[in-house]
Design a protein around this ligand. Structure first.
Ligand code: IPE
Ligand code: IPE
Ligand code: MG
Length: 273
């Protein structure tokens, strides 16, 4: 496997072993989505400003990206700023946008070197122009990369996404491009911001809250959830491994019963001999 180096730390033998065990034991989720929460509480716990928590969270992002790419995750979607986060104090919003600009400037080349593709979903036009420019440059530079797609959900909300899809589909019906009978799961999927990726297999939320906070509402219909009490700045690759280990113990029945799943597995195995 090709080397990856975002954190500049040499991969330890234990880490290589842990990753190969995960790969042997079960399936690695193709799409991991993360609600990176708890930056403010982490900072407050240490008597620091909220922005210090956001800054510390960048190291968690780097380590998470590196570990996921090494494991063979194909899509990593990070909830970085929600539609509702625009309701925060102006000072926090501008500090966050500044951090986003700095991080994009610093990391894009590195993403490119490591064959990682940057992507973004959300109401991006609401971002400050400089931020949007950095984002577009990063997306353009990494557009042909193959190893893993990193999607930043920025100014994103699940309801915004569904609203857009409904409007686009409605317009096509009015223009006679499609008919009412054409509306089904596939059509709706095709009109969402996530139309070019599979639904998340695993959703991780840090910070201990058991809620979805308007993230990928349609897309998470059958996603497995993993919630950790750890705050985002404390999150590291060992937590990703724990989340995937837990994911591998889950039985994803998709409404069926266990026996049907075993039967399907057996048929698949028989067909591949
Ligand atoms: C998540 O951390 C980052 C963003 C929402 C931008 P928070 O800023 O929500 O941190 P807490 O939840 O208040 O601790
Ligand atoms: C969710 O965190 C959004 C992001 C992590 C970007 P919030 O802190 O905004 O969520 P709530 O308000 O606690 O639900
Ligand atoms: Mg929060």
């Amino acid at each position: 496997m090709e080397k990856i180096a975002l954190t500049k730390k040499k991969q330890t033998k234990e880490d290589v072993l842990r990753q190969s065990l995960l790969k042997e034991r079960g399936q690695i989720p193709a799409h991991v989505a993360i609600i990176m929460d708890g930056n403010g509480r982490w900072a407050k716990k240490q008597g620091r400003m909220r922005i210090q928590g956001h800054k510390a969270g960048v190291d968690s992002v780097r380590d998470t990206i590196e570990a996921c790419a090494q494991l063979g995750v194909s899509h990593l979607t990070l909830y970085a700023f929600s539609t509702e986060n625009w309701r925060r104090p102006k000072s926090e919003i501008s500090a966050l946008m500044k951090l986003l600009i700095q991080t994009l400037r610093k990391e894009t080349l590195n993403l490119n070197k490591n064959d990682l593709k940057l992507h973004a979903i959300g109401e991006l036009d609401r971002l400050p122009p400089v931020c949007l420019k950095e984002l577009h440059e990063g997306i353009e530079m990494t557009r042909d990369n193959q190893r893993m797609v990193i999607t930043l959900a920025l100014s994103y909300s699940g309801r915004w996404d569904i609203n857009n899809a409904v409007r686009d589909i409605g317009e096509k019906i009015l223009n006679g491009k499609i008919s009412l009978d054409d509306i089904n799961d596939e059509t709706i999927h095709a009109h969402l911001a996530t139309h070019d990726m599979p639904d998340p297999d695993l959703l991780i939320r840090t910070g201990g809250d058991f809620r979805i906070s308007n993230f990928l509402l349609w897309q998470c219909a059958y996603t497995e959830f993993f919630i950790t009490q750890k705050f985002w700045p404390e999150f590291r690759r060992s937590d990703i491994y724990e989340a995937i280990e837990t994911y591998q113990t889950r039985e994803r029945r998709f409404g069926m019963i266990s026996e049907q799943l075993y039967k399907k597995e057996k048929e698949k195995a028989a067909a591949s001999v």
